[in-house]
Design a protein around this ligand. Sequence first.
Ligand code: AHG
Ligand code: MN
Ligand code: MN
Length: 323
Amino acid sequence: MKKLGMDLNSFILDQERRYPNATGSLSRALVAIESAVKVIASHVRMAGLVDILGKAGKTNIQGEEVQKLDELANNLMIEYLSSSGEFFALASEELDEPIFPEEGKDAKYVIAFDPLDGSSNIDVNVSIGTIFSIHKRVNSDSSDFLQEGYKQVAAGYVVYGSSTMFVISTGNGVNGFTLDPSVGMFLLSHQDIKLPEKGKIYSFNESNIKKWEPQSLVSYVETLKEEGYTSRYIGSMVADVHRTLIKGGVFAYPADTKNKNGKLRLLYEASPMAFLITQAGGMATTGKEDILNIKPTDIHQRVPVFLGSKKEIQQLLSFINNG
Ligand code: AHG
Ligand code: MN
Ligand code: MN
């Protein structure tokens, strides 16, 4: 039985026990992610210091090379996930091609991740995150990454915010764990998260308004304003989606005249977030189709993203469909 304060490891084992045929492989995979993000979190917490102490000569006080935080996060994810032996293949937003780790030859899963989301916010001490999406290995090649989002076995993100939080779904609701830095454990703080049916916030980068496609989005946002909505836009998808998950409302990154498919990446950003939002009772669409139904054609493909509470997304779809 899960209860508030339970640690993430016990939660993972508890979930596993519900499936008599489970081999423990997914549990070990999730624990590997947990270890990687704890190390990333500790580096994020030191980001300002490393910057000041490390910039000259690019070495820190221990004489080690200082890596940019997004490179470091990428390397840590690759290292921990590969050595766990639980992943047949890894695809990262930061890498052109997937990696097939030697240790994962017999593994059952493939994982796609955005090691550090919101990297433009690092320098200014604003929330950033890590996002991941796990599918079953089926064909044993790169095409395993081209499975629809609804086939995800697990998806989640970590937000390095005023506290560090790990939010995860294995297709059985969404739970959030907050890192207690004094013991180094993620403790269940947000049990069975559900989006409100309707929120009060819209989250778009409104500077692109003239370029948005379709332009009916402009009247949609105008209507939200008239209905009393307020605006919040952090510019880290993890943080904007996290707020949307807790408070409801709508987060969007539409297509525009410059970015015909929007900016956000299907595998590393849109699909895992759509899985979580849907599991929490919300909706996630490109404006044309449910994000979870898209069959990817390329690992780095981008898609327009609209996600959030049911009321806002249904209203959005009626604006798009009625021009
Ligand atoms: P990343 O840092 O992984 O490249 O992602 C940045 C993304 C996403 O986090 C955010 O929602 C979006 O870029 C913000 O884009 P704009 O600055 O164009 O609004
Ligand atoms: Mn990102
Ligand atoms: Mn990134």
